[in-house]
Design a protein around this ligand. Structure first.
Ligand SMILES: Nc1ncnc2c1ncn2[C@@H]1O[C@H](COP(=O)(O)OP(=O)(O)OP(=O)(O)O)[C@@H](O)[C@H]1O
Length: 257
C-alpha cells in the first residue's frame, strides 16, 4: 500500500456562466518519504490537485487517501501547506507565528516554545524568537514559514511555488534547506513548480501534466546519481541537463498542441 493514492480524480469548477473541467481521471501514488513535483503548462490543474490532496475541497469524482484515510473525510489529518507568500501575522512575534498551529492543537506552552526554538535553529535562524516579521528579509520569512509548517509535525508537506517570489540566490539556498530537512525528517512532500530545474534538483519523481483538461501526461524518475546531491550540486551534474532537455521538449510539445 502506498502512503498516498489519488484514484480516478476528476474535478470540474462550476460557475453561473461556465463549467471548467480542471482535472480528468488522475491516478497516481506517492511513497512515504518520497519528494515529488507537479509540473506542466499554466492551467493544467496543478494547484487544483494540490488543494484536493490537502482536503480543502472534495473532487467532483474520485478520492485521495493518505495511509488509507480519505483526506476530505478526515479533517484531522495533519497536512502542511507552504505557499508563495509566507502569510506570517505581522503583529505577532516570530515565536508566536511558529507556535500558532501548536496553540490550536492545545499543546503545552513551554513545550511549544522549545519546538519553535529547535526548528528555528534547524532553518538557520537561531535567536530571532522575539523579532517581528517586518524585521526579516523575504528569504528569512520563508524559512520561518517552513518552521511554522513543520512545527505541527505534518504527515505530508504540500509546497505550492514556495520559492518563486524570492531572489535567485535566496531561492537556491531555500531549496537546499527544504531538501535537507525533508530528508532528515523523513517527510513526504509534493512541490508544485513552474521551474523544471527546481523539480529535477529537488525530487525523486516528477509528474508532468497536460492542460484542457488537466491530465497526467508523463512521469519521470530522477536518476539515482542526482538524488544523493544537494539541489545546488545537482544543477551542475550531466544527468540534470539530460533530464532537463527531455522534460523541456515534452513541455514544448504540449504548449504547441
Ligand atoms: N476557483 C475556480 N473557479 C473556476 N475555474 C477555476 C478555479 N480555479 C482554477 N480554475 C480553472 O481550472 C483550471 C486549472 O487551474 P489550476 O489553477 O489548478 O492550474 P495550475 O496548473 O495550477 O495553473 P498555474 O500554473 O497557472 O498556477 C484552469 O483552467 C483554471 O482557469
Amino acid at each position: 500500500m502506498s502512503f498516498l493514492t489519488v484514484s480516478n480524480v476528476h474535478h470540474t469548477y462550476f460557475s453561473s456562466e461556465a463549467a471548467t473541467e480542471a482535472l480528468q481521471d488522475i491516478n497516481l501514488s506517492i511513497e512515504k518519504s518520497e519528494f515529488v513535483s507537479f509540473v506542466g503548462p499554466s492551467g493544467c490543474g496543478k494547484t487544483t490537485l494540490l488543494s484536493i490532496i490537502a482536503g480543502l475541497f472534495q473532487p467532483t469524482a474520485g478520492k485521495v487517501l493518505i495511509e488509507d484515510q480519505d483526506v476530505f473525510a478526515n479533517a484531522d489529518l495533519s497536512i502542511g501547506y507552504m505557499l508563495q507568500q509566507d502569510y506570517l501575522f505581522p503583529w505577532k512575534t516570530i515565536e508566536e507565528n511558529v507556535t500558532l498551529g501548536l496553540k490550536l492543537l492545545n499543546k503545552n506552552k513551554e513545550e511549544s516554545k522549545g519546538i519553535a526554538s529547535t526548528l528555528l535553529e534547524d532553518v538557520g535562524l537561531p535567536s530571532i524568537e522575539k523579532k517581528y516579521p517586518r524585521e526579516l528579509s523575504g528569504g528569512m520569512r520563508q524559512r520561518v514559514a517552513l518552521a511554522r509548517t513543520l512545527a505541527v509535525d505534518p504527515k505530508i508537506l504540500l509546497l505550492d511555488e514556495p520559492f518563486s517570489a524570492l531572489d535567485y540566490q535566496s531561492k537556491l539556498k531555500l531549496e537546499d534547506l527544504v531538501h535537507k530537512l525533508m530528508k532528515e525528517y523523513g517527510k513526504t512532500a509534493v512541490l508544485v513548480t513552474h521551474d523544471i530545474g527546481e523539480a529535477i534538483a529537488m525530487s525523486d519523481r516528477i509528474f508532468l501534466f497536460s492542460p484542457s483538461p488537466g491530465r497526467l501526461y508523463q512521469t519521470f524518475e530522477v536518476p539515482a546519481d542526482l538524488k544523493n546531491l544537494t539541489p545546488f550540486e545537482a544543477r551542475s551534474h550531466s544527468s540534470y541537463s539530460e533530464l532537463f532537455q527531455t522534460i523541456w521538449k515534452e513541455l514544448e510539445s504540449l504548449e504547441h498542441q
